[in-house]
Design a binder for this molecule. Sequence first.
Ligand SMILES: [Zn+2]
Length: 174
Amino acid sequence: MCPFGIRLPILEPRVVIHEEFVKKLKTKKILIDVDVLAEIFKYFLSKSRMEAACLLRGTMAGEYLVIKDIHKCENSQGSRMHIEVEPIEFCKADKGDGYHVIGWVHSHPNMGVFMSGTDIETQLKSYQSFFPDAIAMVMDPFSKNGLEYAFFRVINEKAKKIDFDYLVRRNEGL
Ligand SMILES: [Zn+2]
């Protein structure tokens, strides 16, 4: 007890193992700027029936992984079934503005929203091994149900859907 009868909290430092810390997820949800969502949609529509890809750029804020911008991977080869993001695109996406590559988005024109075996491999190898919070967004701009999309992270080798919220400005549309 201190002289005034108030017990001061004693903060005991814990030991954090580096390997566990780097693997620990820091964000639970996605927050996507609606302007970015519109830009992704327009870009994929313009590619018609070819798969296309962009890198997602953003930052972490509390429980949110925030998507603030995209980098369009114009030179990435798309086909009906597969898309490769060239390594050079990661350098081009580094714009020194405080946002980082936090994942990728690719389209599945007319094929529905899911993570294929190749998508899961790519997600682990090219994204989550460097940044455990990285996400994959998949969009089908020509789905029968209209525009469809979802966000995924690979957990225990399975693609798991991640919840998301929209970031809008108060005076949007006025
Ligand atoms: Zn795919």
